[in-house]
Ligand binder design. Structure first.
Ligand code: SAJ
Length: 445
């Protein structure tokens, strides 16, 4: 026992010193919207950073200093690449040089809407191959409570090293809000939960040295995993409530946006969420179902989460039903009509359309015989059901030629005056026109 604690304390002190003196080499596995900003921040803090990814295109762009993540300042990446402070590779053998590694790989749902932790497992296996005494491993991917200790820890200990003595393991959820101009990787508070106290202390030191935001240490990786899922499930359920209010207000002839604005005057006990065409992105529509899946193992049915999912999933159908009603008022069937969708991105001012509800709206409209045009200020083309779809330039002629224009993503870059002036009929699912003069044929979700 004494021997283990001496070993542990030695490795802990050595890591603390490396982190403080900036001699630690930091690894980041997964160079996406979470990993690359983290890698850049760690390089800017003075560490040598090695980024790992399976996509050669990402590796090449990082090594050439070419930025592909909207939330990163181009010059920051360019400078870190040029100085050699940050380099990328697909060769995991470089983990031999790494003192602390963060795993930031996707945790999607599979075709049966079950958690797909294959990227996490594969990354953990690669780390295990090159795991060496004194190393710190932090899982950042959003996942179900238990992943770090039940899945990652055994894979790492298959190396023969013991967690908490020979190496350190913690969970620290990523909190990245793509497109958020106020909160970013550097200034957003971080939650950390280590397998042991020493693991927590070492992981906390890593983030304190790099980030400006506070670091909140919790008692275990499971608490950290659960709080992240709770954060996103909180959004999922409240967005579902806003969507249900929108459906009901639509039937009652009440403006739901006025209702939310009025409720927001309450200075306590209320937080505004807004209805929309559905729930997109690679987090909110997915993360709660990691919890639902895990809950079944404890013989618990997360009814509220699943009901919220049903409501959110019903929004594309509701939008298409409203499009049909509006066209009907104008004596036009959906069949044969041209429906012009403004925005395919899953939310405003991002170039990401993963899980975007607009993809389903397109399918529903085409099933009903409509011709669909799409314009998006951030996305020139997109894939739907394996087929490449080209977005069209937004013109007054197109707006006038379409039987109905639908604002599905309220990008700041859209010319809303032109849209209002030229559209034959305008259906606004995002209240994008709230500050503007409404055209005569204007309809709100
Ligand atoms: N949405 C609504 N109504 C709302 C808010 C959002 O319909 O009131 C829709 C959006 O249009 C979008 C989806 O929900 O389709 C998700 O929106 P989001 O704002 O939650 O954006 P994400 O998924 O890119 O980022 C979220 C983070 N967002 C915020 O906290 C504001 C945060 O929850 C996580 O850090 C991140 O997911 C993550 O990576 O988990």
């Amino acid at each position: 026992m004494l021997q283990e604690s001496v070993k542990r304390d030695h490795y802990k002190a050595a890591m603390m010193e490396k982190l403080h003196s900036r001699t630690a080499v930091i690894g980041v596995i997964g160079l996406g919207y979470v990993g690359l900003p983290l890698a850049v921040e760690k390089a800017k803090a003075g560490y040598h950073v090695i980024g790992f990814d399976v996509q050669a295109s990402k590796i090449d762009m990082v090594n050439q200093g070419v930025n592909y993540i909207g939330d990163i300042v181009d010059e920051d990446l360019r400078a870190m690449a040029q100085s050699g402070q940050l380099r990328a590779t697909s060769d995991y053998a470089f983990l031999k040089e790494v003192d602390a590694v963060a795993i930031c790989v996707p945790t999607p749902l599979d075709t049966y809407r079950q958690p797909d932790t294959s990227y996490v497992e594969q990354s953990a296996r690669e780390v295990a191959r090159f795991l060496h005494p004194g190393m710190l491993v932090v899982l950042e991917s959003t996942t179900y409570p238990g992943t770090t200790e039940e899945l990652v820890k055994p894979i790492l200990e298959s190396s023969g090293l013991t967690c908490g003595e020979d190496f350190f393991l913690a969970y620290s959820p990523e909190r990245v809000d793509p497109g958020n101009r106020t909160f970013n990787t550097k200034n957003t508070p971080k939650v950390v939960g280590g397998v042991t106290d020493a693991c927590s202390q070492v992981a906390e030191a890593l983030y304190r040295e790099v980030l400006d935001g506070s670091v909140h240490v919790v008692s275990s990786p499971a608490v950290a995993e659960m709080e992240k899922i709770y954060e996103n499930t909180f959004r999922h359920i409240n967005i579902a409530l806003a969507n249900e209010m929108a459906i009901l207000c639509s039937r009652m002839g009440i403006n739901v946006w006025d209702v939310i604005e009025a409720a927001q005057t309450k200075p306590y006990g209320f937080m505004a969420f807004y209805p929309g065409p559905g729930l997109g992105g690679h987090c909110i529509p997915i993360d709660p179902f990691y919890l639902t899946w895990k809950a079944r193992k404890y013989n618990y049915h997360t009814r509220l989460i699943e009901l919220a999912g049903e409501i959110n999933h019903a929004m594309p159908e509701f939008v298409v039903q409203r499009i049909g009603e509006i066209l009907n008022e104008r004596k036009k069937p959906i069949h044969g009509s041209t429906v012009y969708l403004l925005g395919v991105a899953y939310k405003k001012d991002v170039d990401d359309y993963r899980e975007s509800p607009v993809l389903e709206i397109i399918g529903l409209l085409e099933q009903r015989g409509a011709r669909v045009w799409v314009s998006d200020t951030h996305i020139p083309s997109f894939k739907r059901q394996g087929k490449l779809c080209e977005c069209v330039p937004l013109t007054s002629e197109r707006l006038a030629a379409a039987d109905i224009t639908v604002i599905t993503t309220d990008h700041s870059g859209f010319d809303y005056e032109r849209i209002a002036a030229s559209s034959a009929a305008l259906f606004d699912t995002r209240n994008a026109m709230r500050e503007l003069q409404k055209p005569e044929r204007y309809y709100l979700l």
